[in-house]
Design a protein around this ligand. Sequence first.
Ligand code: ADP
Length: 456
Amino acid sequence: MEIRKKLIYQFIGIVALILLLSSTAIYFSFSGTRREEFYDRLSSKAKMVAQMLIEIDEIDAELLKRIEKNNPVSLPNEKIIIFDYQDSTVYSTDDDQSLDISHELINEVRLTDEVRLTQKPFEILGQFYTGQYDRFVVFAAATDIFGLGKLKRLRIILLIVFSVSLVVVFFSGRIFASRALKPISDIMSQVDAIGVSNLDARVSEGNGKDELARLAQTFNKMLERLEIAFKTQKNFIANASHELRTPLTVITGQLDVILLNARNNEEYRKTIISVLEDIKNLNNISDRLLLLAQASSEFSEADFNIIRIDDILWQARKELLKRHDNYQININFSETIDDESKLKVNGNAQLLKIALNNLIDNGCKYSGDYTSEIIVNNKNNHVIMNFSDKGIGISEEELKMIFQPFYRARNAIGTKGHGIGLSLVEKIIMLHKGNITVKSEIMKGSNFTLSLPLSF
Ligand code: ADP
């Protein structure tokens, strides 16, 4: 159901309930008061007639009947019946016997002093009356024509007020709901109009204060993220194809040149070796690109095991030294690492090795002494690894960018690399719910700090 309709129905429901409760309360309180007043009048009438008949000797039943007939203050449809202790009627104005008074009813009055009952169209009051020599039961009955008429009128008025209010609430609710929801439909149509071609468009933020403005702001923030992600994606594809094309162009050039003339074996060998080198390079790039894509989507905690981070560090060191015998890689453990549980993390060994390998490799290749210093520490249930070097460093404005895929700082151009490593490292660390920060100063060196949560 549409929110607009839901709002209207809820609004009508609440108003109807309030009206119903208040109307019922008014109706019943009025009806109760009417009843009490009418029985009061019946009671005084009954007392008066009984007193006159029983206590004034000069008045007998016949005389009283005549007096009562001409009484201008008698009640509408009034009937009075008086019974003595033997249940014989001593006085009755109920000539047409409209009232049905049984012996049980008379006895009930004797027992309880007063009985109230209704025999349509009469309301009847039975009262016990004690005279000087005898005891009587007096029944006074009448129809409250005025009271019941007033009650009926009240019922009609309440019903009209109820119905008219509901109609008013329905129409005002519709206007109200449409007005309240208009900004939402505005936002919807604005969002509808945003596509790939105009991702820079934004939703209007209204007065900037209410909930809808906050919704628009949230949308705009999401659009901003989408725009950045979209641009990054576009750049990524452009950069990736550039990185792959460069070695391919080099390979094609080398092969074209060698084919121009007949060559001796040595020249062919040299070209093949060089082409092979380029192909390995190409392979390396495509492997890393693949990993970069996988690290964000294909790996999950299901591929994680409890592993010792020092094992991974030693393995990474060993592999790097095998490929570069000029590298110096020093691993040190602080005193805070006093037992092996402070080295255990929940992670993927293959991915973590790639990340650590990259940080150590960068430290060595970007410093004149090819040295990377690693200190392993422990803090707040995290294993902290510090990778420092005394190399070329990174300028402050470029520090923010080095984690972007394919970004290479200006001073790194002379060193081999493709700018994929650190973005891969960041993705892997994020996947492990860890954190990576960097501090660096040009020509003084860099310091990468990596923290990973310990497993318990
Ligand atoms: P690559 O090293 O292949 O270029 P990375 O993604 O590993 O790619 O690094 C991105 C850039 O960050 C590098 O090109 C370099 O400019 C800078 N960088 C990374 N590590 C260091 C370091 N230890 N010292 C100086 N610069 C570094």
